[in-house]
Design a protein around this ligand. Sequence first.
Ligand code: MG
Length: 247
Amino acid sequence: MTNDDKLKQYLQLQGHNALQLRAVLFDMDGVLFNSMPYHAEAWSQVMTNAGFNFSKEDVYMNEGRTGADTINTASIAQFGHPATQELIDALCKEKCDIFATYPPTPRMESAYELLQKVKEYGLTPMIVTGSGTPTLLDRIQENFPGIFNPAHIITSFNVKRGKPFPDPYLLALSKGNLNPNEAIVIENAPLGVTAGVAAGLFTIAVNTGPLKEEILSEAGASIVYPSMQALHDTWDELYKTLTATHA
Ligand code: MG
């Protein structure tokens, strides 16, 4: 299927005539920052110490959930009950503390260049992340100067229900005054893709981690690119396809 076919499929399913693109909603970890190797290391260490069976691959499969949801989901699956608030708070703190000892997280290759292009096209870039990691959130403006309006950054502090629920993306639409056919999503995680699709958004995945590409298509991604660089390199062509009118 061509990208044009995938767009038509989305438009038909959602009952839109066309995308009227005004904004691009970017996930943060694994999309803007190359932070997933650090998250995987820190989460698997903290969870394993607390008695959970939790590999690095589990971190990638849970990516997008808030920290509390990640712990609760594992607790219900492995012990048959949700975690206590005390345990959640302790593990989240421990994870953030470990994360803070790592060297500064690098930007994902080509991410800043893509964001600059998005702005040149007159589109509004927004961030929609399940993250509550101060070490990263505090570094957005310094790493991507001149790109984001602070009001257009949705984090785990802004929603009760994180990804895979559509809530973070719905909040972004409301903050940006956008209809679902006026924005697209860029995600790297299966649960993030699920959230974008559930919010009625055309969702593009970049497979920047160790998961199989099919996991992202099966989660509902219309298009999957192997990297942010690949998405950046194809942006002009992609924009043309996405904004073509379909009679
Ligand atoms: Mg991500």
